[in-house]
Design a protein around this ligand. Structure first.
Ligand SMILES: [Zn+2]
Length: 381
């Protein structure tokens, strides 16, 4: 079909508008499912109903059980799911999920509903029900519309094999009159954010059988030496220092992970600095743990990537904060207080709680991997 120039132009403009609109909607209205490694399983379009995210029943097939079968009786509004060897009965507009003819009933926070004659499951169904059907943990990040489905991790308590309990040192940076910490435009303070997260890690840790020591548990000033001494005295298995970033550019954003490596990125700069005997010896001691520090940083990155818009980068360079610590050690920058989006997230208590939970999960996964490798090597710690 031939079109006159004006018609061609209007068609072009219309297509551009249509494309950008559909693209915008498609981007904003999908939930991304990832596995324990952070690999994408699928991306599913969702529908919003009363601010609740709803997904098609078929999603279960792609992300959880390829053998899943479902039957929807439209007049009765009844949905039967055969999944992981169990039978689930649901009714539209009803929050109760009946498993195996009433052996178990679970109440959802939102009911399944029918949209254009198709049964749809609320996101809460995925969060809550899947763990009853298999050994999985499900995490939902409402901010980025991501769902992570991962194998359940055994806690340190469960593996009571005579090895001593895990001691973790959490180091909330700055504090007191230390004015090196950063601050957001709306007055958010680095020293307060990191202390909040550190305290939450400590609270959560008890449930997982870890002993957590904080290098400070209030708004006081501690020197780097004092922090390292606390860590070394308690002979912890892991040291995690928490900070926030700031930049002259308001575009810089996101989390960053650092490990201490004197041979890292700025080697030449470092070796040209005067190095005194004791300090040098200490740095070498921390380097003995370089491999473990990298292992932990990698696990931490996987867990935190779930909460991050862009993949987190691990940087190795000589870090004075970690240099005197005689155990695997990682420094985590939770975000840029100079960036509006980051500052907004870091002022949200839910986000801080999610960060603490992700860190605890990483510690748990790391401790399990260490125990497994020491068991397979035939020696105990
Ligand atoms: Zn800092």
């Amino acid at each position: 079909m031939w079109l006159r120039p004006f018609e061609l132009l209007s068609l072009f403009v219309f297509s551009v508008i249509l494309l950008s609109v559909t693209h915008g909607i498609a981007h904003a209205s999908t939930v991304r499912f990832v596995d324990g490694e952070g690999e994408i399983l699928t991306e599913v379009e969702f529908k919003l109903h009363q601010d609740i995210v709803y997904l098609p029943v078929e999603t279960l097939k792609t992300v959880f059980d390829p053998e899943m079968k479902h039957l929807y009786h439209s007049p009765k509004k009844q949905l039967t799911l055969k999944i992981k060897g169990k039978e689930l009965r649901l009714r539209m507009e009803n929050k109760t999920v009946n498993i195996d003819s009433g052996k178990q009933t679970i109440t959802l926070t939102a009911p399944p509903i029918a949209i254009q004659g198709q049964p749809m499951l609320p996101i809460h169904f995925f969060e809550k029900i899947l763990q009853y059907l298999d050994d999985v943990e499900v995490l939902y990040n409402a901010n980025l519309q991501r769902v992570k489905i991962m194998p359940k991790t055994s806690s340190a308590l469960e593996t009571s094999d005579g090895t001593r309990e895990w001691v973790i040192i959490i180091d909330p940076g700055h504090g007191g009159e230390d004015n090196l910490g950063c601050k957001s435009h709306n007055g958010l303070l680095e020293k307060e954010i990191v202390l909040t997260v550190a305290k939450q890690i400590k609270t959560l840790s008890a449930r997982h059988g870890f002993i957590v020591h904080l290098t400070r548990d209030q708004d006081v000033y501690k020197t780097l030496i004092q922090r390292a001494q606390t860590a070394n005295r308690t002979q912890g298995q892991l040291f995690l220092s928490l900070h926030c970033n700031a930049s002259f550019s308001s575009h810089h954003k996101g989390m960053r992970l650092y490990i201490n490596n004197p041979n890292g990125q700025i080697r030449s700069k470092f070796t040209s600095m005067p190095v005194f005997g004791k300090k040098r010896l200490n740095i070498i001691t921390q380097v003995n743990f370089l491999k473990q520090s990298k292992d932990f940083a990698n696990i931490l990155r996987k867990e935190l990537n779930f909460l991050a818009q862009d993949p987190i980068v691990i940087t190795e360079f000589p870090i004075i904060t970690l240099a005197d610590v005689h155990m695997p050690a990682v420094l985590l920058e939770l975000g840029y207080l100079s960036n509006i989006d980051d500052a907004k997230q870091l002022s949200n208590p839910d986000h801080l709680a999610e960060l603490a939970e992700a860190i605890i999960r990483a510690i748990q996964l790391y401790s399990t991997s260490v125990k497994q490798s020491s068991n397979s090597n035939g020696f105990q710690e």
